[in-house]
Write a protein that binds this ligand. Structure first.
Ligand code: ACO
Length: 331
């Protein structure tokens, strides 16, 4: 366990899911798939899709307002807004800056973190470090993504997996060595960049009529490879985070894993020897919401009364990069 007495605690959480529901049955109309295939291979039944004319920051804003209200923190008291996202409103500036303006958080500095599905874990780790060093006192940490905007709705291997949403947590500094973020571990392996990526739209291959015609602005993925490395990596990093926090697996009250595939989650739980009754699952309703999945599940778990004072919660995520992470938080 770290020696410093200043820790970051979760003061409040919030989430937002767009109203439009896209069921597996609706996808049967678009691609050669079936509710049965999607359910048995992924566990997903339906997902949400952000309405046209709205951007990532619109979802993030609603989640943030709820988190700030839950925390009892005024936006003007925020020192930092850190958002995990790969679907910012614009190539630049960051969605966090758009959100800062929407909230009227005039004192805060804001930036996005690009770590795909691990974005919330990365944002949390950065905010936690800044709080522990005394650089800031209050941070709004957000995971928000609209991957529907990056999907090829004719590719059955990807379009069935993802959904849109946002989740947020307000972190505050407390002088209490016994609760809050006990550890946070992050990792990447850039040799897998092209196993899961969007080939065009960046500086290497800017948007052109040709790239649009070839659908290169959409997600390209080797799902089997992602699956294999995800289970192994999330197990390893979860164990590292638990070790650093000096916490045994049996002490964990709830695991909040990235919601990509029910088979990935059950394989991870088996390897960690944690019963599924202690694992948060909501991907049946939302699919894989990328950086938003962990904070949405965290918020739902709190609202369902699944996290009580003193509980130890293990968060973990894995995504494009590959980038992955885990954190142990005592509530
Ligand atoms: N409907 C029906 N059949 C399908 C579909 C579909 N939607 N998609 C693929 N198939 C077919 C395939 O063509 C294949 O047919 P074949 O045997 O005739 O060749 C068969 O189903 C089996 O396909 P697999 O790819 O072997 O299926 P698998 O069991 O590996 O499941 C899946 C695929 C769901 C993608 C899985 O590998 C997975 O979840 N991987 C992880 C993906 C992931 O989580 N990605 C996001 C990471 S997070 C981020 O950073 C964005």
């Amino acid at each position: 366990m770290r020696q410093s007495h200043h820790r970051s605690v979760v003061l409040g959480t919030g989430s937002e899911l767009p109203a439009r529901v896209v069921t597996n049955a609706a996808l049967e109309e678009l691609v050669d798939t079936s509710d049965e295939w999607i359910t048995t291979r992924t566990g997903i039944k339906e997902r949400r899709v952000l309405e046209e004319g709205k951007g990532n920051a619109d979802m993030a804003h609603r989640a943030a307002v709820r988190a700030l209200h839950d925390a009892g923190v005024d936006p003007k008291d925020l020192d930092a807004i850190i958002m995990g996202t790969v679907t910012a409103d614009y190539p630049f500036p960051s969605s966090a800056c758009v959100l800062e303006d929407m909230l009227g958080a005039r004192k805060a500095f804001s930036f996005d973190v690009n770590a795909a599905c691990s974005g919330f874990l990365n944002a949390l780790a950065v905010a936690d470090s800044m709080i522990r060093t005394g650089m800031i006192r209050h941070a709004l940490v957000v995971g928000s993504d609209a991957l529907s905007r990056l999907l090829n709705w004719k590719d059955r291997t990807t379009c069935i997996l993802f959904g849109d949403g946002a989740g947020a947590a307000v972190l505050g500094s407390v002088n209490d060595g016994h609760r809050g973020v006990l550890s946070a571990k992050l990792r990447t392996d850039g040799s897998y960049v092209k196993t899961l990526y969007v080939p065009a739209g960046g500086s290497l291959k800017p948007a052109s009529a040709e790239t649009v015609k070839k659908n290169e602005h959409t997600i390209t993925m080797n799902g089997k490879e992602v699956f294999k490395v995800a289970v192994r990596s999330m197990e390893e990093i979860s164990r590292e985070a638990l070790d650093e926090a000096d916490i045994d697996v049996e002490q964990v009250s709830l695991v909040i894993p990235h919601q990509a595939n029910l088979r990935i989650i059950t394989a991870l739980a088996e390897r960690l020897k944690i019963p599924m009754s202690k694992v948060m699952v909501n991907l049946d309703r939302y699919g894989n919401t990328s950086a938003a999945s962990v904070p949405i599940a965290l918020d739902e778990a709190r609202r369902e009364g699944r996290i009580r004072h003193g509980d130890i919660v293990l968060l973990n995520a894995f995504g494009a990069g590959f980038a992955w992470g885990a954190a142990v938080v005592k509530f």
